[in-house]
Write a protein that binds this ligand. Structure first.
Ligand code: GLU
Length: 320
């Protein structure tokens, strides 16, 4: 990946700085048509009218607008990075023995195909069943060690040593997790999970409840945008091949059952979470983090998707 030596913000970043406030204000109008997630009760406290975005380029130049100081839990966005860690820890053969590579067309928390389609492994690592299987593959002798390694990896990629769990969300998620628990027991019976179900779920609940801001997501996305190397420090953090795998899953399944439509309307690899975050990137150029807790019926930030559609169309960002 070419990294230019010019450290001044590009013309495009200057355009973004100028136009983002008006685009964010227009997209914010969408919030009233969405709903904040409440199936994890603690998430329902998020401000439904908020929308914020942070964009960072290879030199650390930024463009921000809206409620970008809001912190929120990463939820499903974390699944991209636990996948990367599991790949680093185990290699591709071991990981793809336990999870598939295909979109499901079902809800993120569906168990349907685990019984219907043999060999009974989750279709991909970004649905809950797949991410729970991935949690069990993270190296470590105990759940605590696996979680410590996960948090350390997230801190390294975000360049934020104070990244931490939102314990209220973690506890709320663990308490209201009957579906995830039943899925995990099913996976254990199918021989997909290693270790004790409760331990695996603890690792999963913890990484979903890592608290971040848009700037943390943008820094993590920047590493993916530059194929695993942090362009600001020049350090390789993840092998290129694994980033390629993760970005492909982001395109095919990163936006739940709206991934096809998002690929058509925005055309960038992205992953959303039920707390309203979206992590995306313009490969070779920017890492982008945004938050808008009000969700559309497909589970993606309603205002966030609107904003990304506007930006991608105005700036011709689609990869396709
Ligand atoms: N922790 C959430 C769950 O297991 C993640 C869902 C999401 O963000 O898609 O339901």
């Amino acid at each position: 990946m070419r990294i230019s030596n010019d450290t001044n913000p590009s013309n495009e970043l200057n355009i973004l700085r100028g136009r983002l406030p008006e685009w964010v204000a227009a997209s914010k109008l969408q919030c009233k048509g969405g709903k904040v997630a409440s199936y994890i009760p603690e998430l329902s406290k998020a401000p439904g009218g908020a929308l914020g975005i942070h964009i960072v380029d290879a030199h650390g130049n930024t463009a921000t607008a809206g409620d970008c100081g809001l912190s929120f839990t990463m939820q499903s966005i974390s699944k991209v990075f636990t996948l990367l860690l599991a790949l680093i820890d185990n290699g591709e053969d071991v990981v793809f023995d336990k999870v598939g590579m295909e979109p499901t067309g079902d809800n993120f928390n569906s168990m349907l195909k685990l019984e219907l389609v043999q060999p009974g492994i989750p279709f991909n690592p970004l649905i809950n069943a797949g991410a729970i299987a991935i949690s069990s593959l993270i190296a470590g002798d105990t759940a605590e060690e696996k979680s410590d390694r996960t948090l350390a990896f997230f801190r390294k990629l975000s360049r934020n040593d104070s990244l931490n769990y939102d314990l209220a969300v973690y506890e709320s998620e663990a308490e209201f997790a009957d579906l995830n628990r039943s899925m995990a027991y099913f996976l254990k019976d199918n021989g997909v999970l290693k270790g004790k179900v409760d331990d695996v779920l603890d690792v999963y609940f913890r990484h979903c409840s890592i608290n971040a801001t848009c700037s943390d997501l943008a820094r993590m996305a920047l590493v993916l945008a530059f194929d695993g190397t942090d362009p600001i420090s020049g350090t390789e953090l993840v092998p290129r091949r694994y980033v390629q795998i993760a970005k492909t899953f982001m395109v095919t399944c990163g936006m739940y059952n709206a991934s096809g439509e998002f690929a058509i309307e925005v055309g960038l690899p992205a992953k959303s979470g039920v707390a309203g975050g979206i992590l995306t990137m313009v490969p070779g150029r920017y890492g982008i983090g945004l938050v808008g807790p009000a969700l559309n019926p497909k589970g993606n930030s309603i205002a966030g998707v609107h904003l990304l559609e506007t930006m991608s169309k105005e700036l011709d960002w689609s990869l396709f």
